[in-house]
Design a protein around this ligand. Structure first.
Ligand SMILES: Cc1ncc(COP(=O)(O)O)c(C=O)c1O
Length: 376
């Protein structure tokens, strides 16, 4: 049996007709950038997330870059983010000219550690601490970070909060959708995400009218809504393609069903793997985890297990094998091995196995059987 980490074909097959029609409609109207479907998608997403504004942009990365810029963050500023996340979180900070300030993670949820953030803000020299302007909690693998203490710390130190909800569209934290708690929420619709486009796409969520207005300007060359050749600020070309919006619009109605199926698959794994020497995902109180990834952690050699999975045709992957503080591109920040032991431990000991909604019981049983063999 061959089981990929994600089976996009299995997801698209039953929706193919709907998607073809949605794409054809855009081609017929040939309004390819920020067309009617883009506006409609923004309304639908805002309604789905129970937020005032959803602003479609060209990718999840741009959603973070634009949010930082709209908050006035740039050269000379520092922005806290976890060391264990996809590169784009910190890459976006660096691209504004600001300095990524890494924090360690919580080894149970894999999300940013509040203690680590607190320590950074208390212990860092005042001169540096004073330049820290924002924090980006990442809702890693589909589970929200612990937002109450984050918002509390942000208030105490006057920090802006941008939620990186790239992996968590549809996740719920204490009754609120991921990305709707901070000043901005950044969402990715990268094809492999739970709600994925057929190319790059993303969106920014906010409840603040002024922040929404700034984001609208920044995504579209700083152009005035009244006169597209009058540029009110230095903006980006980071607009949402109408074809991507049409595809996302066709898929949006299935997201809750897909997320629920992922959670059911995760439950099945949790129960089936519970007697093995392996750590299954932990869900914090108040969280509705959408399992963008199902992460397992081992204390011993994970490569031996992964090799056995590969031999049996099962795909797996480590998210992320090098924590950001040890990435070559961030060497200039001066971090070293051992600075964030939990992020390093996670990079060494974790891997994801397939959890996508279209997995059959037979496939999951095969995965469980193979995992069991590898751990005996
Ligand atoms: C945590 C995280 N942040 C940011 C991004 C960037 O999103 P995109 O690939 O849409 O630019 C991703 C997606 O890969 C991600 O997983």
């Amino acid at each position: 049996m061959k089981i990929p980490l994600l089976d996009i074909e299995a997801q698209i097959k039953p929706l193919r007709k709907e998607i073809d029609i949605a794409i054809a409609n855009v081609i017929d109207r040939h309004h390819f950038i920020l067309g009617e479907e883009a506006g409609k998608l923004e309304e639908q997403i805002a309604k789905y997330c129970n937020i005032k504004y959803a602003i479609g942009v060209s990718s999840g990365t741009d959603a973070i870059v634009l949010s930082l810029k709209a908050l006035g963050i740039g050269s000379g500023d520092g922005v806290i983010c976890p060391s264990l996340t996809y590169y784009a979180t910190a890459g976006a900070i660096a691209r504004t000219g600001a300095r990524p300030v890494f924090a360690d993670i919580d080894l149970k949820t894999y999300n940013i550690s509040i203690d680590s953030v607190d320590q950074i803000l208390r212990n860092t020299q005042y001169a540096i601490c004073n330049t820290i302007k924002a924090i980006i909690p990442v809702h890693l693998y589909g589970q929200c970070a612990d937002m109450d203490p984050i918002m509390k710390i942000a208030k105490r130190y006057n920090l802006k909060v941008i939620e990186d909800a790239a992996q968590a569209f549809g996740a719920i934290h204490k009754g609120k959708k991921a990305g709707t708690i901070g000043d901005y929420g950044a969402v990715s619709f990268y094809p492999g995400k739970n709600l994925g486009a057929f190319g790059d796409a993303g969106c920014v969520l906010t409840n603040n009218k002024n922040l929404a207005r700034r984001l609208h300007l920044l995504r579209n060359q700083g152009a005035s809504p009244e006169n597209k050749y009058k540029h009110l600020c230095i903006g980006h070309n980071a607009r949402l393609d109408t074809i991507q919006a049409a595809i996302l619009g066709a898929k949006l109605k299935y997201i809750d069903r897909w997320n629920k199926k992922r959670a059911q698959n995760a439950d099945y794994y949790n129960k089936s793997l519970k007697n093995l020497d392996i750590i299954t995902p932990y869900v914090a109180n108040g969280n509705n985890h959408i399992y963008h990834h199902y992460i397992l952690r081992v204390k011993r050699d994970k490569e031996k297990i992964r090799k056995h999975l590969i031999k049996k045709g099962i795909d797996s992957r480590t998210y992320y094998s090098i924590p950001l503080h040890l990435q070559p591109c961030f060497k200039y920040l001066g971090y070293k091995n051992g600075d964030f032991p939990k992020a390093e431990k996670c990079a060494k000991g974790t891997f994801a196995i397939p959890v996508y909604p279209e997995l059959s019981k037979k496939q999951m049983d095969y995965i469980v059987k193979t995992m069991t063999e590898s751990l005996l």
